[in-house]
Write a protein that binds this ligand. Sequence first.
Ligand code: CTP
Length: 398
Amino acid sequence: MLKGKNIVLGVSGGIAAYKACELTSRLKKLNANVDVIMTKSAAEFVTPLTFQSLSLNQVVTDMFDKPKYWEIEHISLAKKADIVVIAPATANVIGKLANGIADDMLTTTVMASKAIKLIAPAMNTNMYENPVVQKNIETLKQLGYVFVEPGEGRLACGDIGKGKLAEPEVIELAIKELLLPVRDLEGKTVLVTAGPTVEHLDPVRFITNHSTGKMGFAVAERAARRGAKVVLIAGPTNLTAPQGVERVDVQSALEMKEAVMLHMKEADIIIKSAAVADYRPAEISSEKIKKSEEELTIKLEKNPDILFELGKVKGDRVLIGFAMETQNLIENAKAKVQKKNLDFIVANDLRTEGAGFAGDTNVVKIIDRQGSIEEVPLMKKSELADIVLDRALSVCNR
Ligand code: CTP
């Protein structure tokens, strides 16, 4: 499968280095050429000979090793790589790369390479959550580095939390996806809405909801990776727009409606995962509302239902809604499909474990026009995004 592909695998110093052995062996089974670069501390955990035996290539550890083929090794590996993978990546390596420090064979090779870069971090939970590490990860993401999230569980140091190196098969899958990308949405334009809307009351206060935008951003990311032109209309969130996506930032439901109606014309698929406020304050006070009476009544007026408006003019575009319910999930979701003229709706129950706003997972039911229900088990939002896009594409091709 990966015949002719050159993978440079960087192994940095952590107990998870042993898992990189399995990764090397998996990649060799797919016929990839694997060149391993180890940091000095990685070589304290696993010997270079282990990687040499698994990869059937010389393992590089030292920048000043005598070149084997009379080439400057970090440059030749950097040029030859189709992808540079760092697994495990310590906080130290991530920090160096994010700040332009190249002081060993691994960091010099990564910095000299124009290949795709995939980083699989592994470290203690507190280190992983340290704002400096998170900032470095964010910097690298913005530069186009792709990350495989660490898993949660019992770590080698005894702590329980996030920081375990992703399993070798998960890293292998990410490598395959990057080297052999599926471009089945090429030529399609996907419009995605994400996040909450905020409805201002006065210069300091607003009404909003708990939406984080994670689901919509995951859909936008997957659609772009699969070759679509993606327009992402987002309410306020802390998330970074995925690479290659055109982002339009909005605040209120009215602003979202305007942006959606402008961009819907060019769209083949519209996915409305935003949590739009149904009501907004009837008046926005230009001055801060001062405290006076014991009670304060705020008059709200109805926002337009953007999805309903889209349903009226959808033509042969694929139109997909999201619904979060706390009761009568199926009944309510089925009614929304009909009322808003949707091709299907992705519905979840806020009270189901693993579903909901802030997490990285979701558990949903997909209900179509005919009323058929697909139960989708607990999975990552990125995986669910692919399922939603698969279904959208099959409606497109019908
Ligand atoms: N939606 C929208 N505009 C609104 C409200 C909702 O476009 N003013 C869209 C959402 O983006 C979502 C779908 O409609 O894709 C369902 O949203 P939801 O809040 O579940 O439905 P409502 O129709 O608002 O019904 P209710 O809040 O009464 O459950």
